[in-house]
Design a protein around this ligand. Structure first.
Ligand SMILES: [Zn+2]
Ligand SMILES: [Zn+2]
Length: 349
């Protein structure tokens, strides 16, 4: 079968590899209908976060996929051949210390699709077939009102961002730094959950235009000081919540002055564990730093799927292009270099 394989720094190949087989009675084989490229995939392609995952040349790509059940293990009860399904990016055991507390993405036996050996070396979702372990616990039956393409935001980006905004007080002012897929998903979820005003900060005009369409006040930091712009519209205080979707020391430092004292800084960008993020600005102002990566996706998926099915969340602005899987090398280049207005690209096997 065809699969997207990492060929070393800056190289993506579409290779013919052996089809996966059911390994355990609790596995399900899924025929992939759509798989999206994540910002994490792009960082792996660039070679900038591979150490953390133990991700090497020859490893499979993709953890955001939806498809149809092809084959079912003997001990699987909830799924049948031919059923449409979507997966979270990871699996969990259901029994360990963390699973018992519903922190399923910190499961002691967590494995993830297409994310390298530290996370269990499961096959990649950017392929024709994927073997899904522990399927009754992992997979979710897909609502017929949700397309395969739209379903690809459920394993990670939109569900993850929704989880981070859930519980936010209505009427909160929110400043979102970075208008890539995570930033735009933040605008959508903050809006849906009653935030306002919402500020979207970036310097790519096409991305700011999408954020504005979604209901945010666009701020181009090349043209105006975002701190002045946010403070002038929040009574001089700053936003109740700032969201850093970039994950760099520079972006966190830029985000601090956007938050009012006793506000919250949501950290939605991946920060390298070796980075030393300053906490000085949080101390006196009592700003709460909130790590938001890898929330318990599977727990939130049914709700986010229903919001999409009911037309309350529309993934369309996140998915700029749909391309055949065979064009994955071009798709990675487009996403990595933001060519042709690329936000997130869906691959179809
Ligand atoms: Zn992802
Ligand atoms: Zn567990």
């Amino acid at each position: 079968m065809k699969a997207v394989i990492y060929g070393g720094k800056g190289k993506i190949n579409v290779e013919n590899i052996d089809e996966p087989k059911l390994r355990n009675d609790t596995d399900v084989l899924v025929r992939v209908k759509a798989a999206s490229i994540c910002g994490t995939d792009v960082r792996l392609y660039w070679g900038t976060m591979n150490d953390m995952f133990g991700y090497e040349a020859g490893d499979a790509m993709g953890h955001e996929f939806a498809g149809v059940v092809e084959e079912v293990g003997k001990a699987v009860h909830n799924f049948k051949k031919g059923q449409r399904v979507v997966s979270p990016f990871s699996t969990h055991c259901g029994h360990c210390y963390y699973c018992e507390r519903d922190h399923i993405t910190h499961c002691e036996k967590l494995t993830a699709f297409g994310l390298g050996k530290h996370w269990g070396s499961l096959g990649g979702g950017q392929a024709e077939l994927v073997c899904v372990p522990n399927a009754d616990r992992t997979l979710l039956a897909l609502d017929d009102r949700v397309s395969d393409e739209h379903a690809t935001v459920l394993p990670d980006v939109l569900t993850g961002v929704f989880a981070s905004f859930e519980g936010m007080r209505g009427g909160s002012s929110v400043a979102i730094l970075g208008c890539g897929p995570v930033g735009l998903a933040s605008v959508m979820c903050a809006r849906l959950l009653g935030a306002g005003p919402i500020f979207a900060i970036d310097h790519h005009e096409n991305r700011l235009a999408i954020a504005a369409k979604l209901g945010a006040i666009p701020i181009n930091f090349d043209q105006q000081d975002p701190v002045d712009a946010v403070k002038s519209q929040t009574g001089g205080r700053g936003a109740d919540i700032a969201t850093d979707t970039v994950g760099k020391i520079g972006s966190v430092n830029l985000a601090y002055p956007l938050v009012r004292p006793r506000g919250v800084l949501k950290m939605l960008g991946y920060i390298d564990p070796k980075e030393q993020i300053p906490i000085g600005p949080a101390s006196l102002a009592h700003i709460t730093l909130e790590p938001c990566l890898v929330p318990p996706i599977r727990r939130y998926q049914p709700r986010v799927m229903k919001l999409i099915a009911d037309g309350k969340l529309d993934p369309t602005p996140l998915l700029s292009h749909t391309m055949p899987l065979s064009e994955a090398p071009l798709a990675y280049k487009m996403m990595g270099e933001r060519l042709d207005g690329a936000i997130k690209i869906v691959l179809k096997p």
